[in-house]
Design a protein around this ligand. Structure first.
Ligand code: FAD
Ligand code: FMN
Length: 452
């Protein structure tokens, strides 16, 4: 858990700000016609007994998918269920609940995922008594990170301190461990009902193009890759979605990549940075994609819906797109979608090292600028002047413009490095917008991130 998160957890909320936030969350839930809202509605048909709350906190969709499966299982066993993202949970609903199941992942350095950041500040930050609540926690994480299941553990500790009663000890899941997931599902009835709706199966996609985008760069090489679909038929995905690449040497850990193209394009494109380990060997997945896989040969890929980073619900808003490096991938897919939709109120703030070598996708970005698809463009090259300037600094310099865009209802999408870039952008946004608006942007889905 970072110091900032601990500070945040300790902060109390004023009743007015919290009521406004709940209203905003309610309004968002009304507006969104997402699969989550539809499924939640379908799962709350029995209003006579208090529903079991199935609550999730997810960054890239795994916890959300398991929560949906859990809700389906309970429903099949005749239990009335209400499925909610943690940021959409208000204090009154929690206080009146008698049973809640939490499925939560951990992000950053032991932190809550974005979809629980407001919950972590407001509900976990306040002292609560929940003596009538029975609960269980499924904590997703990865032991490669220092704070394994940090958020799940903090949540479990907080719930216990409220006087709520554990149905059983928190189940910790290391890297999707099937045994731990099986133990969770075994609690809720017929496990046959469970099916993985988070992703398709891996299928062989053919590498058709590979282009080095940053020749002469001081940074590691970045490639634009094009893949042709299996059987020639392009499957559907939405801008913002991810693709997973299977790695033969590390089969339990497929790697995620942000899709840089639309499913209406002729190929699936990725922007991949080649990782090199200190011993000179290449990263398992990035080495495969950028070096060992030859043109015409196939890699095992599967699409992964990334609902938390899609445009859903923000289609009619101005868009501020902020990112660095290969983060351009997710932003580029969104810009292509905006161009196709005829929406030109887009502002791109993109950071790299030097204009001469690192202006990734220069022709396309400049064409968007001249055709007006980009109403505003800030390319921020950190090493083109004596002092280092990054995207967060440009946002702070443009604070008035950013405020004006937010006043017009803009949504903000951030894609790229978590360390440095996304954390800096988050701090800048909080400083410019203020805490209350930052919370509102987060809880209502106007601020979304695909960061790694
Ligand atoms: C949501 C999401 C979206 C992403 N989108 C993109 C994207 O669009 N583009 C992109 O390029 N990346 C993206 N990534 C990152 C990507 O998934 C991979 O993490 C990245 O490509 C590195 O994977 P790898 O298999 O090449 O490296 P790995 O082999 O896994 O190495 C990664 C790290 O593991 C350690 N390590 C492993 N083996 C050794 C060794 N022998 N010696 C020393 N250290 C070692 C090192 O710390 C190294 O830096 C994304 C990640 C996420 C979570
Ligand atoms: C950038 C990043 C940071 C992460 N940080 C942690 C961490 O601090 N502790 C941990 O246990 N797992 C960490 N994880 C692993 C995720 O919690 C795990 O992959 C989880 O299954 C993701 O679930 P989700 O798709 O629902 O977000 C991290 C993953 C990523 C990509």
């Amino acid at each position: 858990m970072t110091e900032a998160t601990l500070r945040a957890l300790g902060a109390g909320a004023t009743a007015t700000a919290y009521a406004a936030l709940c209203l905003a969350i309610y309004a968002r839930r009304l507006r969104w016609r997402t699969a989550a809202a539809q499924e939640a509605a379908a799962l709350t048909s029995d209003d006579r007994k208090p529903p079991t709350l199935v609550l999730f906190a997810s960054q890239t969709g795994q916890a959300e998918s398991i929560a949906r499966q859990t809700a389906r299982q309970l429903r099949a066993a005749g239990t009335s269920v209400r499925l909610l993202e943690l940021n959409a949970l208000d204090a009154a609903t929690l206080a009146s609940a008698t049973r809640a199941l939490f499925v939560v992942s951990t992000y950053g350095e032991g932190d809550a995922p974005d979809s629980a950041s407001v919950f972590a500040e407001h509900l976990m930050g306040a002292s609560s008594a929940l003596p009538s609540l029975r609960y269980a926690v499924l904590a997703l994480g990865d032991r490669q990170y220092k704070n394994f299941c940090g958020f799940g553990r903090a949540l479990d500790t907080w719930l216990h301190a409220t006087g709520a009663r554990r149905d059983f000890e928190c189940i910790e899941v290391d890297n999707s461990d099937p045994a731990a997931l099986g133990a969770w599902h075994a609690q809720w009835g017929d496990a046959q009902v469970v099916q993985d709706d988070s992703a398709d199966a891996f299928t062989p996609w053919r590498l058709t193009t590979r282009e080095l985008l940053n020749a002469g760069s001081k940074g590691a090489p970045v490639f634009l890759l094009g893949f042709a679909p299996p059987a020639g038929t392009m499957p559907r995905w939405a801008s913002g979605d991810l693709v997973q690449v299977a790695v033969a040497s590390d089969p339990s850990r497929p790697r995620d990549y942000s899709i840089a193209s639309l499913s209406t394009d002729t190929e699936l494109q990725l922007l991949v940075r080649q990782e090199q380990h200190p011993d000179g060997t290449l990263g398992a997945a990035s080495g495969l994609l950028t070096s060992t896989l030859t043109i015409g040969n196939t890699a095992a890929l599967r699409l992964r819906p990334h609902r938390a980073f899609r445009l859903d619900g923000n289609e009619d808003r101005p868009l501020i797109l902020v990112g660095n490096g290969t983060g351009l991938a997710g932003l580029r897919a969104h810009l292509r979608a905006r161009e196709a939709a005829g929406r030109h109120d887009n502002w791109l703030v993109f950071g790299e090292r030097q204009a001469t070598h690192d202006f990734l996708c220069r022709a396309e970005i400049q064409a968007w600028q001249s055709s007006g698809v980009l109403q505003r463009l800030d390319m921020v090259f950190s090493r083109d002047q004596a002092e280092r300037i990054y995207v967060q600094h440009r946002l702070l310099q443009s604070a008035d413009v950013l405020r004006a865009w937010l006043d017009k209802g803009a949504a903000i999408y951030v894609c790229g490095s978590l360390q440095g870039m996304a954390s800096g952008v988050d701090a800048a946004l909080r400083q410019i917008a203020g805490d209350a608006l930052w919370r509102d942007l987060t809880a209502t889905g106007r601020y979304r991130r695909d960061v790694y």
